[in-house]
Design a protein around this ligand. Structure first.
Ligand code: NOJ
Length: 561
């Protein structure tokens, strides 16, 4: 199956399904839910890390790349998962966290014990002559990016948590070792990889201070440097690049469209697609995530438009998404889950699924799960959230303001356990869940969704329509009404011999009031087929100049001529 037909489903194993009552999701739990995933219609599951790890960053701090953390199961459970998934026509994508290892990884431990060979696996540097840290860089989780290297006078670099030490990719032994990891999992039948923060691997051998103009200037010192592309190509050519059906996605922090094109244009032999995040930073105040700010709809549309147009022109390929394990739930963020839960979830889904690229669904999105709105910091587990709680306190913010920021921005918003049923433990666990279950599970759960024509059913249709309609897979993209404050509108167009001039007009209403929409001139008073919609317009359209949209209503009309 061509990449453009596939839909990928992300599982955060810790929160998906617990099979042994310890409150933590596991691999056998995933096997139990394959029927559900097949019913949804997805083609591939991306599994967030389940490797041995001290779990300071929930597994993104890997201490052994080629084993399974006992809390998630065993290698034979994983092998069984691959076999059973295949029977359900589902392939497996694994998460490769190659920018850094846990400080408990054997390589770092050997380095600490004084082994020079392994010290060259990391960025270990002396203090500057004036006694200050090797550079003035900040960790993305708050605080300086340097930590003392054992009992020595040296420091090691960590762009993330202090237990996540950055790997020195300049060392060919590091690159070779990582290639071996990829081959190990390919031999287990894995058909895809998601590479964690891959575009920050290219730090210069000599690290220099940022001028502290702003954080972007600092990021430029280690983001998308030319050598990154070279190393990705090498990884491709030595491993997965030999298999044309392989699916890869690079998580690209603060990247650009030009870089996105060069990472994904098929002639470059690098990756199938990338995740970029600019469209999800539209509720940051002056670029600061840990702030409370309404989301800027025009900017949101503009960023998506720029990426759609740019990547199309450069023959690049986007991963399409609004949710993942690092993001608050999109329906809580961009819609109204109290009054219009169905309309919000399905409108956002349609907006994403009909764009050009490969859609990702994050567990629970397909049943309309929301942010949990925990009121006490003790209910949060995430390392970034806990760090920022302290940082915001030090800045002098009051408890109430801090908690309202955390309720909106914490990564735990999407990490609460999957809501399978209205039973105690939400069908996720028979024990004490590692993170509290959102208290709306009796109302929002998969069992209920499967028994009604709701959000899950709508996702099934979105997935099916992608497979049936080449225009969704391959059509060009054009954004309309970019300055309109209420509607997001775009056209996909496919010109092929048997279907000349097919156009798909997708209209998404971001708003709670009923609102009149004027059809773009070119589509006024023309016959069209409604492909999918979440309200009356789906059934009612029959050629007109204006349409009355309900709250969060969406519709997609197919014009043929
Ligand atoms: C991105 C991952 O998605 C996130 O969860 C993690 O904390 C960082 N990379 C560091 O690995």
């Amino acid at each position: 199956m061509d990449l453009s037909q596939k839909v990928i489903y992300q599982i955060y194993p810790r929160s998906f399904q617990d099979s042994n009552g310890d409150g933590i999701g596991d691999l056998r739990g995933i096997i139990q839910r394959l029927d559900y995933l097949q019913k949804l219609g997805i083609d591939m599951i991306w599994l967030s890390p389940f490797y041995p790890s001290p779990q300071n960053d929930n597994g993104y701090d890997v201490s052994n790349y080629t084993a399974i953390d006992p809390q998630f199961g065993t290698m034979s459970d994983f092998e069984e998962l691959v076999i059973q998934a295949k029977k359900h026509e589902i392939e497996i994508m694994l998460d490769m966290v190659f920018n850094h290892t846990s400080t408990e990884h054997e390589w770092f431990q050997k380095a600490l014990a004084g082994d020079k060979e392994y010290q060259d696996f990391y960025y270990i540097r002396p203090l500057k002559e004036d006694g200050s840290l090797p550079t003035n860089w900040q960790s993305k989780f708050g605080g300086p990016a340097w930590e003392k290297f054992g009992e020595t006078d040296l420091y090691y670099l960590h762009l993330y948590d202090k237990t996540q030490a950055d790997l020195n990719w300049h060392n060919p032994k590091v690159r070779k070792s990582l290639q071996e990891v990829v081959k190990f999992w390919m031999n287990k039948g894995v058909k895809g990889f998601r590479f964690d923060v891959l575009n920050v691997i290219g730090k210069a051998p000599i690290l220099v201070d940022s001028q502290q103009v702003d954080i972007n200037q600092e990021k430029a010192l280690y983001t998308d440097t030319p050598i990154v592309g070279q190393w990705i190509e090498e990884l491709n050519q030595t491993t997965f690049g030999q298999d044309a059906s392989f699916v890869t996605v690079g998580e690209m922090s603060s990247t650009t469209i030009d870089a996105g094109i060069s990472y994904t244009n098929p002639t470059e032999n690098k990756l199938s697609m990338i995740f970029s995040f600019h469209h999800l930073k539209v509720d940051y105040e002056k670029g600061e995530k840990w702030s409370n700010s309404a989301f800027d709809f025009i900017q949101f549309k503009k960023i998506i438009d720029d990426w759609q147009v740019g990547m199309f022109q450069g023959h690049g390929w986007n991963a399409l998404f609004l949710n993942n394990h690092d993001q608050p739930r999109a329906n809580s963020r961009f819609g109204d889950t109290d009054n219009y839960p169905f309309e919000t979830a399905t409108m956002l889904a349609q907006m994403i699924h009909f764009l050009r690229g490969t859609p990702y669904i994050y567990q629970g999105e397909e049943i309309g799960m929301t942010n949990p709105n925990f009121s006490n910091i003790e209910q949060y587990q995430d390392v970034e959230t806990k760090n920022y709680y302290r940082i915001l306190k030090d800045k002098g913010l009051g408890e109430e303001e801090i908690m309202s920021i955390i309720q909106a921005k914490s990564r735990d918003n999407s990490r609460t356990p999957m809501q399978w049923s209205d039973q105690i433990g939400a069908g996720f666990t028979k024990g004490e869940p590692w993170l509290a279950i959102a208290n709306n599970f009796q109302n929002i759960n998969a069992k209920k969704e499967l028994n009604q024509e709701g959000i899950f059913h709508y996702y099934q249709q979105l997935i099916r329509l992608r497979k049936e309609n080449p225009i969704i897979q391959k059509g060009s993209y054009r954004g309309l009404y970019l300055d309109d404050p209420h509607f997001m509108v775009y056209v996909r167009k496919l010109e092929s011999e048997n279907q000349p001039n097919q156009e798909l007009l997708v209209i998404c209403h971001f708003g709670e009031q009923e609102r009149l929409f004027t059809m773009p001139k070119a589509y006024q008073n023309r016959k069209a087929k409604s492909l999918l919609g979440n309200g009356p317009l789906h059934k009612r359209y029959n050629g007109t100049t204006s349409l009355e949209f309900g709250p969060y209503e969406t519709v997609a009309y197919l014009f043929k001529e």
